[in-house]
Design a protein around this ligand. Structure first.
Ligand code: GSH
Length: 222
């Protein structure tokens, strides 16, 4: 074992990009799933999580790091996979930060307690925000190798992980909504409008280590 320990709740949400990054970087890790409630309360009160939140990473040397994005980039760098060009690295950060904005907005919308507000926010997200942003991501992908590879070109980067993991998690949540008999958008229709992103999504999920992780990970609703 490499000695890396990743602590997060038993959900995908904010921690899953780190699990994908470890998998794609071929670094094994202990996927420690802390239960909501008592188990997390004790962990938080111990003062160990640097920002009082999860995910957080404990390195083999015992160093501790929080923030899902910082952890993902650290893993990528440790594996020697970081973009060598500083502008490319900034582009990868831009794509990751944009995906984080979408993820946070989606999660806030999904967990909105006021039903009327939820309906309004859901409509805005699905009909305006998401398609508008996807159009931008489609163009970004096209700008490198006509969109036949990854966001930075031929090589997979953490930008691909962050963006595709968001789309995957979002799609699974929408599917669950549909399975539960709740109104759910037709994502096949939506993605037909973005053929390059659609191909990219399949390409990233086909990376053997990501595919293997997705097949073996414990299921969760979020
Ligand atoms: N920006 C942070 C957000 C972390 C975060 O919001 N963590 C939440 C779970 S998703 C948490 O630890 N909540 C429990 C608490 O604050 O007590 C990241 O990406 O890691």
């Amino acid at each position: 074992m490499s000695g890396y320990k990743l602590y997060y709740f038993p959900v995908r949400a904010k921690g899953e990009i780190d699990r994908w990054a470890f998998s794609a970087a071929k670094i094994d890790f202990e996927d420690i799933r802390v239960n909501f409630g008592e188990e997390w309360r004790k962990e938080k009160e111990s003062g160990r999580p640097p920002l009082g939140q999860m995910p957080f990473l404990v390195t083999p040397e015992g160093k501790i790091l929080a923030q899902s994005g910082a952890i993902m980039k650290y893993i990528w760098k440790k594996a020697g996979l970081s973009p060598s060009d500083s502008f490319d690295e900034a582009v990868a950060d831009m794509i990751h930060d944009g995906a984080t904005d979408l993820r946070d907005l989606w999660l806030r919308t999904h967990f909105e307690k006021d039903e009327a507000a939820k309906e309004t926010k859901m409509k805005e997200f699905l009909e305006t925000t998401l398609p508008t942003r996807l159009e931008k991501y489609e163009a970004l992908l096209k700008s490198k190798d006509e969109g036949k590879g990854f966001f930075l070109g031929a090589k997979l980067s953490y930008a691909d992980i962050s963006f595709v993991e968001f789309i995957n998690s979002f799609s699974l949540m929408v599917k669950k909504q549909k399975d539960d008999g709740k109104p759910a958008p037709d994502l096949d229709e939506l993605f037909k409008k973005f053929p390059l992103l659609d191909g990219h999504y399949k390409r990233v999920l086909d990376v053997p280590e990501i595919k293997a992780w997705v097949e073996k990970r414990p299921p969760s609703d979020v």
